[in-house]
Design a binder for this molecule. Structure first.
Ligand SMILES: NC(=O)C1=CN([C@@H]2O[C@H](COP(=O)(O)OP(=O)(O)OC[C@H]3O[C@@H](n4cnc5c(N)ncnc54)[C@H](OP(=O)(O)O)[C@@H]3O)[C@@H](O)[C@H]2O)C=CC1
Ligand SMILES: O=C(CO)COP(=O)(O)O
Length: 351
């Protein structure tokens, strides 16, 4: 059994710590608030993030990040994307030998447009990294913490590391698949949050299931286009980190992105919405990042652009939907096949 540091004691960090603890590993769960760590160690609860859940005794709360990562061979990062570089900076001075880095966060950094694995590679010297593995898929913490059947993908360029992480997490309620498409798994997990905001907006406006199915499907089309252009395997988007996570995030009341979108669709502005949520809504910053990626990669992302205007340019949600529906005529898969043809012509086959 292994000793693992989980960095981020929010809903997802705590739920993943529970999976690891159920598998017999000792988990140092780091959070930045002393009172939360005292609660985890004395009452074995994390009421703010996972109400009414009893945590296994082999989860040890730490508010000192140096203590949390001391003598561990594996570090799982699960803070919101905006905190990733900061925690990596705090961890770095404490690393003695190479460590296996896993991350379960879903986002892209605005302005740099970096994926989280790229941030890890930038912040942690190669000599201190055994490998980087991404964990993503349709997995609401609220269900995982009740040990409800859940599936995820773990992706790494290092096949052995992906299998190691599969072995760390897999159990009877948490089934883990490996994948070697790091770009696809990260892009799918991050961009589905934008589409979930859109699904929430659509529901908030009172539109029905047809509109939601359209958003999920055409959302998947634009995620696949951007991801494939960036070097992902297009089939990854039909899998757990693509279609799987889109379905769960666009249709579940657990989704913070869907709930935030729902408030926006009902007429609340962005500040009111984020204040009401009180938990991370990754889709907001990821919309900004994807908007710029769309320009950089020259890939049309009409739903993302519409949501960008609703979030940052005060466009009314109703007008954004009207404009999306009134766009010029296009074919369903033509743009993706053009991207694939271009890749093949350049000798950059994603297959
Ligand atoms: N919740 C879920 O079901 C899932 C979430 N994810 C992803 O996991 C990541 C974390 O989400 P989740 O756990 O749900 O978020 P929560 O909002 O539930 O919790 C966020 C946690 O991160 C801490 N935190 C916030 N900002 C920073 C920062 N700048 N530096 C360090 N720590 C910080 C918070 O601390 P404090 O309490 O002190 O504010 C809190 O412990 C996100 O990228 C999300 O997309 C992925 C799959 C499922
Ligand atoms: O990623 C998630 C489920 O797979 C969680 O989504 P939210 O951040 O929208 O709650």
């Amino acid at each position: 059994m292994t000793k693992i540091a989980v960095i981020g004691a929010g809903s997802w960090g705590t739920a993943l710590a529970m999976v690891l603890a159920d598998n017999g590993h000792t988990v140092n769960l780091w959070g930045r608030r002393k009172e939360q760590i005292t609660e985890i160690n004395s009452r074995h609860t994390n009421e703010r993030y996972l109400p009414d859940v009893l945590l296994p005794n082999n989860i040890i709360g730490c508010d000192d990040i140096g203590e949390a990562v001391k003598d561990v061979e594996t570090i799982l990062l699960v803070t919101p994307t905006k905190g990733i570089r900061d925690v990596l900076g705090q961890i770095k001075p404490h690393l003695k030998g190479p460590v296996l880095f896993i991350h379960g966060s879903k986002g892209i950094e605005p302005h740099t447009s970096k994926r989280i694995s790229e941030m890890i590679e930038e912040e942690i010297p190669e000599s201190k990294r055994e490998a980087v593995v991404v964990l993503s898929g349709p997995s609401h913490a609220e269900e995982v913490c009740h040990r409800q059947p859940t599936t995820v993908a773990v992706a790494s360029y290092d096949e052995k590391a992906a299998h190691k992480v599969q072995d760390l997490f897999i159990n009877q309620y948490f089934r883990v698949y490996t994948n070697d498409d790091v770009i696809g798994v990260e892009i799918g997990g991050a961009l589905k949050n934008i589409i979930a905001l859109g699904a929430g907006i659509s529901d908030g406006l009172g539109y029905g299931d047809n509109a939601k199915a359209a958003l999920i499907t055409r959302g998947l089309a634009e995620i696949s286009r951007l991801g494939t252009k960036m070097g992902a395997h297009p089939l990854t988007f039909t899998g757990l980190a693509g279609m799987g996570d889109l379905i769960v995030t666009c249709t579940s009341v657990h989704s913070r992105n869907w709930r935030a979108g729902n408030l926006l669709g009902k007429g609340h502005d962005l500040d009111e919405t984020l204040e009401e949520m009180g938990m991370v809504v990754e889709g907001v910053r990821t919309t900004e990042a994807a908007y710029y990626l769309s320009e950089r990669e020259d890939v049309d992302l009409p739903i993302t652009a519409a949501i960008y205007d609703v979030l940052f340019n005060q466009k009314s949600a109703k007008l954004a939907v009207d404009e999306l529906m009134g766009r010029g005529k296009t074919s369903e898969i033509g743009e993706l096949t053009d991207i694939l043809a271009e890749k093949l012509e350049e000798g950059n086959s994603p297959f």
